[in-house]
Write a protein that binds this ligand. Sequence first.
Ligand SMILES: Nc1nc(=O)c2c([nH]1)NC[C@@H]1CN(c3ccc(C(=O)N[C@@H](CCC(=O)O)C(=O)O)cc3)C=[N+]21
Length: 307
Amino acid sequence: MAETEQQTTQAPAAQGPQRLDGTATAGAIKGELAERVARLKERGIVPGLATVLVGDDPASHSYVGGKHRDCAEVGIASIRRELPETVSQEELEAVIDELNADPACTGYIVQLPLPGHIDTQAILERIDPDKDADGLHPTNLGRLVLDVYGEGEAPLPCTPHGIVELLRRHHIDLVGKDVVVLGRGITVGRPLGLLLSRRDVNATVTLAHTGTRDLDAVLSRADVVVAAIGVPHAVRPEQVKDGVVLLDVGVSRVLDTATGKKRLTGDVHPEAAAKASWVSPNPGGVGPMTRAMLLVNVVDAAERAAA
Ligand SMILES: Nc1nc(=O)c2c([nH]1)NC[C@@H]1CN(c3ccc(C(=O)N[C@@H](CCC(=O)O)C(=O)O)cc3)C=[N+]21
């Protein structure tokens, strides 16, 4: 009885953060995409994702394998191009030209990083912007800067789009919120800053990086922190306010001293996560959403091509 009384007079005990479940949300998005793919197939159109993989890095092979499994789940056809580490610039460019011309390929990615002897920028710029499934072609990044964003009108970078969609589907409103993005990389931080500042999102964005002075002061004001720097446990509990929303994007492989094995570790310290109202787990948060948004870009491209 005393316990019941206490419950009515005191604030509820801290319940720990709610999870931004990227795996489940990506699953829901894949279900929606499967329907759109089925409708395209009724019209005789089969969306196809191609991946270009150079070399034999096991992590890259594993990521690309995941993308093809996702495709199978929603009915998108898969095309794989695998090339040796020693491939020349000209040979790789010939593969790009072939995919640009192949009607079975409605969208594709060139898995990064490419070997050091390859001019990555020249390869990425050679991709047909209409088939750019990563949303990282300069033309599409330019469209993001220029606020071209009708429904499915242009591909968006997958990780930033996945983050915004993950929050939207958990009804976490960003209008007027102070969002601190840690990291200015071209696949996450830089384009995420652009996406968050769009009128239909309307967050106040701070893009913090290694040149940022007094990061503690910057982080202490944040309603939402997106950590995309690849430094294990970089975001510490004393830096964030209670109830913050934390998105953990960075992944590092660190040695687990208990097991002697390497395991994936995010940018957010577990004790910082404990102070949050919402936290995206890593793995199981932003990673699966990135993959789902890749499929969105492929299906959008196929619908645009069919229109
Ligand atoms: N052109 C290009 N486009 C990319 O999008 C691209 C790339 N190159 N190069 C490498 C990075 C990395 N990346 C990941 C996406 C999802 C997960 C993912 O789903 N991760 C799972 C865990 C997977 C695991 O256990 O290894 C998760 O977070 O739950 C991981 C990594 C896309 N990348």
